[in-house]
Design a protein around this ligand. Structure first.
Ligand SMILES: Nc1ncnc2c1ncn2[C@@H]1O[C@H](COP(=O)(O)OP(=O)(O)OP(=O)(O)O)[C@@H](O)[C@H]1O
Length: 306
């Protein structure tokens, strides 16, 4: 049987500089696979090539055994793509837009109506089907973006930083939906947020400087990475004693008036606990990030090993 995704010696050069070099990957199962890397690591370039939006300089991509260059149409039947900026038309209603997306995918006309209804149902947007996309919140716009990516039931769904720009509540909802979609699709999700990859992914591929520096299961990754702290920025910051009440938090300190460094041990769900406590107690969390220095250390550590 063909792999769902196979990438062979993929390299890409923008004008003179190589953005990615010799990327090799093979994915055979459903589930969420994280493509983790810092800004500029080469995630979007890799994803854009996989999805046929960008032509590679060298190498091959096969989706369900179909070469994306030689059999582009057949390969695209099994790809759903949510780019960093979802390709939405603000003047369309949700229903019109999804019908249009189905047409673009050359779906059988007889199946479109039921496929659109199913995708809306799955992403929780059926009640907004007649609403103009322009009038939706960021979180709902993202759901429409996800709906267009799963409309034709592709084997592979590629999502480029899907929680970027969402508020903490919307992030929780989007992650739930992505996890759900991973149950019966292969989802390749890029992120520079380590805690997000921890929460969602079964396997992780780490890319740095355009090259893969790690590719294995989440469990194997955890042996390398012991995230010990997150940085949390809040509009309405509580006293340290309240932060310590969040399950899993071992220590907390304020770096500035509104930014705390929160330490934890072992529990990968702790960022979710912090976000939930923030919503409950109205701390108005604006940002939750793994300590940037720590992430850089991990990249350095992994890069040196390869
Ligand atoms: N259109 C372009 N022209 C020239 N260089 C580019 C272009 N797009 C990306 N690059 C460069 O290629 C490298 C990889 O960028 P890419 O956008 O793939 O990284 P990324 O991991 O997705 O980063 P981010 O999280 O910031 O989107 C970077 O050095 C970037 O500056």
């Amino acid at each position: 049987m063909s792999s769902i995704l196979k990438v062979e010696n993929l390299s890409h050069k923008y004008s003179t500089a190589w953005a990615i070099r010799d990327i090799n990957l093979e994915i055979n199962q459903t589930g969420v696979i994280g493509l983790l890397g810092s800004n500029g690591a080469g995630k979007s370039t890799t994803m854009n090539i996989i999805c046929g939006v960008l032509n590679q300089t060298q190498g091959n991509v096969f989706i369900d055994g179909k070469d994306t260059r030689k059999e582009a149409e057949a390969a695209k039947m099994n790809i759903g793509f949510l780019p960093q900026t979802p390709p939405l038309y603000p003047d369309f209603t949700v229903n019109e837009y999804l019908h249009y997306a189905a047409d673009l995918r050359l779906m059988n006309k007889n199946n479109i109506r039921s496929a659109v209804a199913e995708a809306m149902e799955r992403t929780g947007i059926s009640h907004f089907s007649s609403r103009l996309i322009n009038n939706l919140s960021g979180g709902y716009k993202q759901r429409v973006g996800i709906a267009q990516a799963i409309l034709h039931k592709p084997k592979l769904v590629v999502m480029d930083e899907p929680t970027n720009g969402l508020d903490p509540n919307q992030i929780i909802e989007a992650r739930k939906l992505i996890k759900e979609i991973g149950k019966d699709h292969t989802v390749l999700l890029s992120s520079h947020i380590l805690s997000e990859v921890h929460l969602l992914c079964r396997d992780v591929i780490m890319i740095e400087g355009g090259q893969i520096v790690f590719s294995d299961t989440m469990d194997a990754f955890n042996n390398y990475v012991q995230p010990g702290s997150v940085l949390v920025r809040m509009e309405n910051p509580p006293p340290v004693s309240d932060l310590l009440k969040v399950p899993g938090v071992s220590r907390a300190e304020y770096l500035t008036e509104k930014q705390a460094r929160i330490y934890f041990e072992g529990d990968q769900e702790v960022t979710e606990n912090i976000i939930e406590a923030g919503v409950q107690h109205r701390w108005k969390i604006r940002e939750v990030n793994l300590d940037k220095n720590l992430l850089d250390d991990i990249f350095k550590h992994l890069s040196n090993q390869s």
